[in-house]
Every structure is written in C-alpha cells, then in structure tokens.
Design a protein around this ligand. Structure first.
Ligand code: UDP
Ligand code: MG
Length: 319
C-alpha cells in the first residue's frame, strides 16, 4: 500500500534565524512517524534572507518545498496558500519559531489515524512570557467574541493543528478575503480533539505582532464572525428614542405644572454631544461592515506567488 502523506505548512515572515532550526527539530519527530512528510514553507514577503535559507534547505532536502509571496500578505494568507499547494492526506500548520512543539506531532497523527478524529487542535493553557496587559485584552476579546458569535473561538487556540484532507477542502471552500483562521477552523466543524500545552517562547527572531496589529486583528475577527454589533447599534437607537420620549413627557408635564421652560442649557449641550457620539459610534460599526463588504466584492486574490519550487500548480488555484 502506498504510504500516506503529511504536509507541514510553515508560514514564515522574516524567519532567517529560525527556519533551519525548525526543520532540524521537526525532522527528529517526523522521522519516527509511519507517514511520508513534505514541508511547505510559505515565505510571506520576507525582507531578510529567509528565501536564501529556504532555497538552500530545499537543495539539501527534497522534502522541502517553498512558496514565496510577492509581498507580505499576512499569516492568514500564508496558511491559505499553503493549504492550496499542499498535497497531503493530512495537513498540519506550524509556526517557524518552534512555539508549536513538534513533539506533539506523533500524538496528533495517532489521534487522527487511530481514534478517528478529523482534526486535532492545540491550545496553550497559560500565557507565560507575555505582557500582562496583552493577556488581559486577549481574554476580553475571547469572552466578547464567544458571547456574540455562534462560532466557537477557543481561548489560547493556536493555528497549530492537524487535519484530514476533507477539513482542508472545507477550509479552502471558504474564499473570503478577511480570513480569521481561528474562526474559520471553528466554523467548519468536524470531530475535533484539543491538546493542551504550556506556552513556549520563540527560539530566535522576534514576534511580528505589535499590540496595535493584534487589536486590528481582533476587530477583523469580530466583523468576520458576528453581526451582533449591528444589532447592538439598532438596540442603542431604540433605547435612546425611548429615553427621549420619557424626557419629552417629563418636560411637558413640568412646564404645564410649574412653568419656567428655559433652564437647563448645560444639560442640553451634554445630551447633544453624548447622543452625537453614540450616533458616530454606530455609523462607525456600520462602516466596518460596509468596508469589509467592499473588500470582499473587489474579489482580489488572497495572495500572489513570486517564486516556488513546486511544479504542479493546484487546480483550485485556477478559479
Ligand atoms: N507570520 C507570517 N506573516 C506575518 C506575520 C507572521 O507568515 O505577517 C508567521 C511567522 O513567521 C511565524 C508565525 O506567523 O511563523 C507566527 O508569528 P509570530 O511568532 O511573530 O507570532 P506570535 O507567535 O508572537 O503570535
Ligand atoms: Mg511565535
């Protein structure tokens, strides 16, 4: 029987210091596994020597494939591209910095092949080595999005997960441009098992996520997976109308009974400013959804390939 294939997808953006260590370390574990392995490094428009390193690695090791973007398209695009170009019966996504421990690979593979799971995800149970303020906002975000969205977005879930081909195909069938992987993985469903591990700091190089980038990412996630903010702004509108009605009745009664209609300018000014603030806020929410719709309708490709050593172009890419 032909041995099955596992594709390891590695998004890499300015990872010259880690790709080699990553490959060496991961090979230690995959060598023992009863499956063929291919590595698919997706160079996300790196400005350092990541590409040279990858070319070099692929010359020495035929299992190494690479794909390089014409510019930085983001990790989500890299994951999507990797999936399109992967040929494996199983696919796993791993960060280049070894924060996703390759020691979990054999267990993930066992769970999928022996225990009939479709997908094995991983989550960090702590946030060691992360600034406390960042952890705080991350927690808030997960609480918020889970309350608002029907899609399960698991706190601490990593993109590090192994999937059967059918899950990969399901994910590829979602051609949206605003790709929030944590939501997409939850949205497709299938039988899933979670493995837990303690946070590991990256072996070398630096994180590419600033606080600001994370905040924008979180907002994108909310807009992509729930329309509750729109309902919220409508509710707020109704609430203000009701409050205004009560106030009108109150003022009329007060004027009729006590006279004196002209005091209260400062409070009026406050109310006007407050209500216009609320209005702008709600228009802003509307604008977010409109902007995302605009991006989707332009239907631009999710990524552009500049260079690759993969010979067969995936069919799905012709779409
Ligand atoms: N990455 C990418 N494109 C980007 C940013 C990051 O492909 O625009 C890759 C990066 O090379 C790494 C993974 O995504 O393999 C996770 O990035 P990082 O370690 O910086 O994130 P963190 O672990 O700090 O959340
Ligand atoms: Mg990392």
């Amino acid at each position: 029987m032909k041995q099955e294939l596992l594709s390891i997808i590695v998004p890499a953006y300015n990872e010259e210091s880690t790709v080699k260590i990553f490959l060496e370390e991961t090979e230690k574990y995959t060598a023992e596994m009863p499956v063929d392995v291919e590595y698919l490094f997706v160079d996300d428009g790196s400005t350092d020597n990541t590409m040279e390193k990858l070319r070099d690695l692929s010359e020495k090791n035929e299992k190494v494939h690479y794909l390089s973007f014409s510019r930085n398209f983001g990790k989500e695009a890299a994951i999507y591209a990797g999936m399109q170009y992967s040929r494996g019966d199983y696919v796993v996504i791993m960060d280049a910095d070894l924060q996703d421990p390759p020691s979990l690979l054999p267990e993930m593979y066992r769970l999928i092949t022996e225990e009939q799971y479709d997908c094995v995800g991983s989550r960090r149970v702590d946030r060691k080595g992360e600034p406390p303020i960042r952890s705080f906002f991350a927690r808030m975000f997960y609480r918020m999005i889970n309350r608002m969205s029907k899609t399960d977005v698991v706190d601490g879930a990593r993109d590090f997960q192994m999937m059967r081909r059918k899950v990969v195909d399901a994910i590829l069938s979602m051609p949206e441009k605003n790709r929030f992987s944590k939501g997409i993985f939850g949205w497709v469903g299938f039988k899933k098992k979670w493995l837990e591990y303690e946070n590991i700091e990256r072996v070398a190089g630096e994180t590419k996520w600033s606080f600001w980038k994370l905040l924008v990412y979180a907002l994108d996630g909310i807009v992509a997976f729930t329309t509750v903010p729109l309902v919220f702004s409508s509710l707020l509108g109704i609430l203000f109308c009701l409050a205004a009605l009560i106030m009108i009745v109150f003022i009329i009664v007060k004027t009729v009974v006590f006279g004196d209609p002209t005091t209260g300018w400062p409070s009026l000014a406050c109310i006007v400013i407050f209500v216009s603030g609320v209005q702008l806020f709600c228009i802003g929410i509307l604008g977010q959804y409109l902007a995302k719709t605009y991006i989707e309708t332009k239907n631009r490709p999710i990524f552009l390939v500049e260079e690759t050593n993969i010979k067969e172009k995936p069919e799905i890419n012709q779409r």
